[in-house]
Design a protein around this ligand. Sequence first.
Ligand SMILES: NC(=O)c1ccc[n+]([C@@H]2O[C@H](COP(=O)([O-])OP(=O)(O)OC[C@H]3O[C@@H](n4cnc5c(N)ncnc54)[C@H](OP(=O)(O)O)[C@@H]3O)[C@@H](O)[C@H]2O)c1
Length: 256
Amino acid sequence: MTVLITGASSGIGESLAVKYAMEGHPLIITARNKDRLDVLASTLIKRYGVAVTAIESDLSSKGSALKLFNKITQSGLTVEVLINNAGVGLFGEFHKTDMEKEEAMIQLNITSLTELTKLFGREMVKKGEGKVLNIASTAAFFPGPLMSVYYASKAYVKSFSHALSNEWREHGVQVSVLCPGPTGTGFKDAAELGDSKLFQKGIMSVEAVTEHAYKEFTEGKEEIIPGAMNRIQTRFGKFISSKKAASIVRKTQERV
Ligand SMILES: NC(=O)c1ccc[n+]([C@@H]2O[C@H](COP(=O)([O-])OP(=O)(O)OC[C@H]3O[C@@H](n4cnc5c(N)ncnc54)[C@H](OP(=O)(O)O)[C@@H]3O)[C@@H](O)[C@H]2O)c1
């Protein structure tokens, strides 16, 4: 069962790659940083004896998902498990943040994820088997002042994943969505969250998120939320208005 993981050069993607290699699965790992991918690939090959193909891909550029799909299929590889993990955030008031960064985020978090799901998912539906894990966030449950585009992008990922899970179940394809809360990875720095209160407490380790995600995805669970506090917060969110939720979220991630 070959597993394709996007954004495997660090954080949750890298950790999932290690977990799948430990379990004996061949891997295709992608990200922009080819040096990091190559180091990870040779470590996993040496340590676990699995086949690992590393492919450089910037999924924030238009057409990149199709290019990646063509590269993989032309090299004769088939993907049985697709993990759409690559994603970025951006902190700041919307009228001040950089539009180019937000366009790149939408291309990465939404467009490429959608295109990869269509391209690989179509093949899975044809075969009548396969699995897709899309990485959203607890952010998917709320409006997110000071990270408005990121929260909205993750709400898209969650809604899209539940809809596809419903459509593809009858075709033998599992679609799940992983919604982690704050996790100790490179995300905080990449999202320019240095001044925010968000990562000051309640941070889960990347290993704990990975173990939880791997177990529940393997069991076929549709919505996976690692961490008891994250599960409580997202459930609570269903009982308050969007206006109230936005005001609470703003308080949790204001500048210190
Ligand atoms: N950490 C958290 O608190 C948290 C919470 C909820 C959800 N998430 C989600 O979890 C996922 C993984 O994030 P992480 O926490 O593991 O952060 P991370 O350590 O920053 O990892 C992000 C990964 O995405 C890749 N990536 C970034 N831009 C890319 C691009 N343009 N094209 C292709 N790959 C790109 C990065 O590799 P390169 O830089 O080499 O391209 C890296 O491998 C994201 O979808 C994020 O939104 C994270």
